[in-house]
Write a protein that binds this ligand. Structure first.
Ligand SMILES: *[C@@H]1O[C@H](CO)[C@@H](O)[C@H](O)[C@H]1NC(C)=O
Length: 136
């Protein structure tokens, strides 16, 4: 009996000691007055999709001043970014970045695929040439 409890305790400790994703070193950010998810994304050059993926349950409509958020999880930090400009679309952005359109969609799960009808000037997109394992 005691042995079983001890084993369970060890297992529970081992599991809780290894959460699925950890915020990358130096990639935490404290919400300031007036901040929005889009604003933080632009100012910190972090793809918006990455911001939501690194903060499970983040409510962009209710950011709290002083709240600590993560800009990137370990191994899921796309630093190869592109800020959407006037008259750009997914095809032109992918072409300029020399990456396949499929990679652009794969690394920016918030863009409607394939219509790409919901990107706006100023949006920060990940244009890495390899797949970022978001959510892994
Ligand atoms: C695009 O639209 C989808 C749902 O239609 C939404 O989940 C996503 O956040 C939108 N992306 C942007 C960049 O607005």
């Amino acid at each position: 009996m005691f042995m079983k409890i001890a084993i369970l305790a060890i297992l529970a400790t081992a599991i809780s000691a290894y959460p699925q994703a950890q915020c990358a070193l130096g990639r935490t950010y404290t919400v300031q007055p007036g901040d929005t998810c889009n604003g933080i994304s632009g100012q910190q050059s972090v793809p918006l999709f990455q911001l939501t993926s690194a903060n499970t349950g983040l409510n962009c409509n209710n950011l709290l001043v002083g709240q600590s958020i993560c800009l990137a999880d370990v191994g899921q930090d796309c630093t190869d970014v592109h800020v959407v400009g006037m008259n750009e679309n997914c095809a032109s952005i992918a072409m300029d970045a020399h990456i396949p359109l499929t990679t652009l969609f794969a690394n920016n799960g918030n863009i409607n695929d394939p219509s790409c009808n919901n990107i706006s000037v100023g949006d920060v997109l990940c244009v890495a040439s390899t797949a970022i394992p978001y959510g892994a």
